[in-house]
Write a protein that binds this ligand. Sequence first.
Ligand code: AMP
Length: 319
Amino acid sequence: MSIVVVGSVALDSVETPFGRVDRALGGAATYFSTAASLYTQVQMVGVIGDDFPQTHVDFLQTRGVDIRGLQRKAGQTFHWAGRYDYDNLNNAQTLDTQLGLFASFDPRLPDEYRAADCVFLANIDPVLQLKVLEQVRQPKLKVLDSMNFWIESNKAKLTEVISKVDVVLMNEGEALQYGETFSLITAARKILGLGPKVLLAKKGEYGAALFADKTYFFAPAYPLEVVKDPTGAGDTFAGGFLGYLASAGDYSLAAMKRAVLHGSAMASFTIEDYSIDRLRTLTLADIEQRVQQFAHFTNPEGNLPFEGLVLARELTTDD
Ligand code: AMP
């Protein structure tokens, strides 16, 4: 099963209370592909400039990511600079966005991508998201992510794309902003009323909620002792979610609930280190271990010793 992803491939400069990185590998499509490629074949659509280190491209290829749709052009790679503060690790403060080649990006899908089973429209201009949707044949699942920037600058086009996808993934705050409401339930009703079957609202360290017709499901975030950099949590959540579904070939609501646990576990690993670094050595067995632990710590009859969490962290990180 294959997933086509379109989104930013970036060089990020990130400051957190614990340290900083400059021009590190980032971008929504990069984070998504790194996560989802643990489960299944990922086909990437994006653009990079001549300033983008070849080692990053090599890394994506070692993960088996198909990069025939990744255009390399003369010019600057998308650059994002952001900061997280102690009192709000769930939301990045954008310090600078340099679109570079992204400003004139025209996504073109290689023929081999058009029969993809799933499409992930990462957070980019909804005009580009629509162009990608028009080029795929009959995907079994279409998932969209977006952010406040597009809600504010092009809500009409974003609404058009939302009406054509199966799953909408947004931060809680963005879903509320889109729905022009203080109630997530009202926001979900509005978004589902446009056509999607599912709204997945991410709540950072407080978990993620799935809304569908007659269904509500909530998964907590995995409790962590060490958080270094929250960047990419949302995109790798999507990578775990969609990677799990595509590899199972099952897009039922029951499978989506299990997939939310995979997304939540994946995101918990991402934020343990800067950029995609923690994911370089991550295995599906590590993910599965945390997914199993969710079943214990959300079940009153289950038993996960407190040191079980600490042990899991020590077993799976280098620090
Ligand atoms: P998240 O998973 O939400 O933390 O997404 C993080 C990634 O989004 C970063 O690596 C950024 O490069 C990328 N990003 C930030 N702003 C934008 C934007 N306006 N368009 C596309 N990608 C962005």
